[in-house]
Design a protein around this ligand. Structure first.
Ligand SMILES: NC(=O)c1ccc[n+]([C@@H]2O[C@H](COP(=O)([O-])OP(=O)(O)OC[C@H]3O[C@@H](n4cnc5c(N)ncnc54)[C@H](O)[C@@H]3O)[C@@H](O)[C@H]2O)c1
Ligand SMILES: [Zn+2]
Length: 423
């Protein structure tokens, strides 16, 4: 086989820093727009941030209307509702998403389906959906994260729960990437501790999974038209991931315990952005593949600080629960990377007899400190669910292809079983 020799790097324009969100009205004047839809969810709307952003936009003579019904962890149903609303009230010249991954991903879907024909599922990754590519360019999207987690403001991905198939999947295409990311750490000061913890574990897993992803030059050479946004670990993505892990080491516990610590919030916002710039190009693998069925098949778990109406395992929590065991499994593919990552996350951590234990131990200690549940059993799963969960994991072939080792159904089952209880 001819080995790949090329990797790619994509990123939105970025504005970072306290006060950046106050400048969005001016930023939008650069795109020649007259009507803008501001997309958010009810929890973020209650902080007043989206309304303040809309006011600033109006002060530049641009019409700004707030849509605040994005669903926390979007479903095909909630996205269709948002798309229908935007189609009924459009046409819109641009979209501004103010919120966490849920609001940003909702705005991506709205942007896609108000500029391109067809149904949402046509564009969802195979085998869950049709895997179609948008034929037409999208409108400008300004993404303004209020959580420190997903990095969705930088990525080409929209994640959704496909209700009838009981599985989470995504839409992934370069055209979905926001035009401009505006990261203002001040907006994250109101992020509740439970959300800070779960979203922070998402940052950590983005950085770790992209750092340990299968290297770009281990794949077969692609033709230019075959290139996908995720190309495996590479020197540029590695740099962002490493820096993100160092920032987390200094600020994650502090941001969860002291939400008003502006320095910690600022570092977490940088860590989330850096991890997004890394994984948005390298890709993620086993913990994210497991997270989709873990979140999608939830029965009766209600985490603190999330909307109480529906049971849910928040994305970052669902990712974290199998991470220690997943990184034990991937250790042999690149021992030095696993050890280096553990050193970045916990400088000076004691060396266990078996180095395979180092990263899982660092992760477990951190998870306990930030209040993650103790394994899959603590969110309601038992041995009897493993077969069902494995089926959901194996559907995420796009993610598993980025793992540094081939993952069989038996391997996935062993990781899930070992993740029932972590400490
Ligand atoms: N597109 C991507 O690249 C990508 C990557 C990872 C995850 N995701 C997806 O993103 C979603 C998760 O996003 P998230 O972790 O950012 O959380 P979220 O957007 O789901 O928000 C979580 C909760 O926190 C509240 N909240 C958010 N910011 C707040 C603030 N500043 N003050 C007060 N409350 C606030 C929200 O109202 C909500 O109740 C999932 O659907 C996940 O699958 C997307
Ligand atoms: Zn994630």
């Amino acid at each position: 086989m001819a080995h790949e020799t090329v990797f790619t790097y994509g990123a939105p324009a970025l504005k970072f820093g306290p006060g950046a969100a106050d400048e969005i009205g001016y930023d939008l004047t650069q795109y020649d727009v007259r009507r803008v839809l501001v997309v958010t969810d009810p929890g973020v709307a209650a902080t007043g941030h989206p309304q303040r952003v809309a006011e600033r936009i109006r002060s530049y003579g641009i019409e700004a209307v707030v849509f605040d019904l994005a669903h926390v962890e979007p479903t095909d149903e909630s996205l269709r509702l948002a798309i229908d609303h935007a189609r009924d009230t459009g046409p819109w010249d641009a979209f501004v998403a103010v919120g966490g991954g849920s609001a940003i991903d909702t705005a991506k879907a709205v942007n896609l389906l108000t500029t391109n024909p067809g149904d949402l599922l046509d564009y969802v990754n195979v085998p869950v959906g049709g895997g179609a590519s948008p034929a037409h360019p999208l409108k400008p999207l300004v993404a303004v994260p209020t959580t420190t987690g997903t990095g969705s403001e930088s990525t080409t991905i929209c994640v959704l729960d496909v209700l009838e198939q009981k599985v989470k999947s995504g839409i992934s295409h370069a055209r979905l990437r926001p035009t401009l990311a505006v990261v203002d750490p001040r907006l994250t000061l109101t992020q509740p501790a439970g959300v800070t913890a779960a979203a922070g574990m998402d940052i950590l897993c983005h950085a770790l999974e992209s750092y340990t992803a299968r290297p770009y030059d281990s794949y077969e050479a692609k033709k230019p038209e075959e290139r996908v946004p995720y190309c495996g670990s590479n020197p540029i993505a590695d740099m962002w991931s490493e820096r993100s892990m160092s920032l987390l080491a200094g600020s994650f516990r502090r941001a969860v315990r002291h939400g008003d610590d502006e320095d910690a919030r600022g570092e977490m916002a940088l860590a989330a952005t850096f991890a997004g710039l890394g994984f948005g190009n390298a890709g993620v693998h086993i913990p994210h593949a497991n997270a989709y069925p873990v979140a999608g098949r939830v029965r009766d778990f209600h985490p603190a600080d999330y909307p109480p109406e529906e049971p849910m395992v928040p994305h970052g929590m669902a990712v974290a629960l199998t991470a220690p065991e997943a990184f034990r499994f991937t250790f042999d593919a690149a021992p030095e990377r696993h050890v280096h990552a553990a050193d970045l996350l916990a400088p000076g951590a004691l060396r266990p007899d078996d180095l395979r234990d180092l990263l899982p131990t660092v992760l477990r200690d951190l998870m306990r400190d930030v209040g993650m549940p103790n394994g899959l059993a603590a969110v309601g799963y038992d041995e009897g669910d493993v077969e069902d969960l494995v089926e959901g994991t194996m559907k995420q072939q796009r993610l598993l292809a980025t793992a540094p080792r081939a993952v069989s159904a038996e391997d996935a089952a062993a990781i899930l079983r070992a993740s029932m209880s972590l400490w």
